[in-house]
Design a protein around this ligand. Structure first.
Ligand SMILES: Nc1nc2c(ncn2[C@@H]2O[C@H](COP(=O)(O)OP(=O)(O)OP(=O)(O)O)[C@@H](O)[C@H]2O)c(=O)[nH]1
Ligand SMILES: [K+]
Ligand SMILES: [Mg+2]
Length: 354
């Protein structure tokens, strides 16, 4: 027994050491992500401390098997899986566990965080049996590299000018800012000529800096998922489940996993559009998946890149149509489960799906 335990510990130590070295190409600098190409209609990244159950979750919701074990850093690279839902294919990225200090380049932290940055949504997997700070610590790691979770970009207009000095305007009396403050910050960032309009009276200094640094900020949705609820008291479970943007599950007992998937689908706000040829019923078996707030133009682009060149009008049935069918142009915004028929200029041809 002792021997096996020793061997596992040895292996663990080696893996840890390996992980703490910046890998080839990672360089410890900007921190490029893992080399996994994006595929499907959206990408979800599984982020969390070691051994919280990220790989177990991936293996539950996709056909991909990622190694699961009781020791930390079982997963050493990004493992992609495909989650099929509502006619969409969502790429789920299982990632190595991150540790405190990840943002400064500890472990593969930088790489993990870069991978999270390229995703449409972060699933922060947390261990329900561990202390409450884990959530805050992880958030801090992501914040440190410019990821903003569940926030909208601040409602502040900022335009750099060639000359003319600074022009700072507030559309309503600001609660946390004043002109002098902004002036000083802009000077620190060497933005001596610019126009600023603060449209949000609640805007903070941090938000203002985010606007200045907007090329280095990424706004991503995050769902907090507490796993291993099989090992906590009902009272504790109740507290966790009431936190905002939070779901609870037990991969071990197969509890709540579908709730997590449903919540992901809701948060991603993907839209299913069914295309229809003239005189033929739409094919409800094959949806075209587009992003929230997509227009008919986006729908055309996702069918074929030249389709809009011959576009004349579209007929729309469904929630986005004022009456059915509504005849619309390229700028019409579609809704989930709309049926769309694209009519081209040449022969009045309806669409073909891809
Ligand atoms: N009690 C309990 N254990 C679980 C649950 N889900 C996973 N585990 C166990 O937790 C351990 C770690 O699971 P992994 O899936 O390897 O965790 P991970 O987050 O991928 O770990 P790293 O890749 O090392 O970062 C394993 O021993 C799992 O069997 C759960 O719901 N309840
Ligand atoms: K593990
Ligand atoms: Mg893992």
């Amino acid at each position: 027994m002792v021997n096996i335990t020793e061997r596992i510990k040895d292996k663990l130590a080696r893996l840890r050491a390996q992980l703490l070295e910046p890998g080839p190409g990672a360089g410890g600098a900007a921190g490029t992500g893992f080399d996994v190409s994006k595929s499907g209609d959206a990408r979800i990244a599984l982020v969390g401390f070691p051994s919280v159950g990220k790989s177990t979750f991936l293996s539950k919701v996709t056909k991909t098997k990622s190694s699961v074990a009781a020791y930390s850093f079982t997963t050493l690279t990004a493992i992609p899986g495909v989650l099929e839902y509502g006619g969409a294919e969502i790429q789920v990225l299982d990632l190595p566990g991150i540790i405190e200090g990840a943002a400064e380049g500890k472990g593969r932290g930088r790489q993990v965080i870069s991978a999270a940055k390229t995703s449409d949504m972060v699933l922060m997997i947390l261990d329900a049996t561990k202390r409450a700070e884990q959530r805050f610590l992880l958030e801090r790691e992501l914040e440190a590299v410019g990821i903003r979770l569940n926030q909208e970009p601040p409602n502040i207009y900022l335009k750099q000018k060639k000359a003319g000095g600074m022009k700072i305007t507030f559309s309503a009396p600001p609660k946390h800012l004043d002109e002098k403050m902004l002036y000083n910050i802009l000077r620190d960032y060497k933005m001596l000529n610019c126009e600023v309009l603060v449209r949000d009276e609640n805007a903070t200094i941090d938000q203002f800096i985010d606007v200045i640094m907007k090329d280095h900020r990424t706004y991503i949705k995050c769902l907090y998922v507490y796993n291993k609820i099989d090992s906590i008291s009902l009272e504790h479970l109740d507290t966790l489940a009431r936190e905002p943007n939070t779901v609870v599950m037990s991969c071990e007992l197969d509890l709540g996993i579908m709730d997590v998937v449903d919540r992901c689908w809701d948060e991603l706000r993907l839209i299913r559009v069914y295309t229809k040829r003239k005189g033929i019923d739409p094919d409800f078996g094959e949806a075209l998946i587009v992003r929230n707030n997509s227009s008919i133009e986006d729908v055309c682009d996702s069918i074929h890149r030249t389709l809009k060149e011959s576009f004349k009008y579209a007929l729309v049935w469904g929630a986005s149509a004022r009456h059915v069918p509504q005849r619309v142009g390229l700028s019409h915004v579609v809704a989930d489960e709309d049926v769309v028929s694209i009519v081209g200029s040449k022969s009045g041809l309806a669409t073909t799906t891809k």
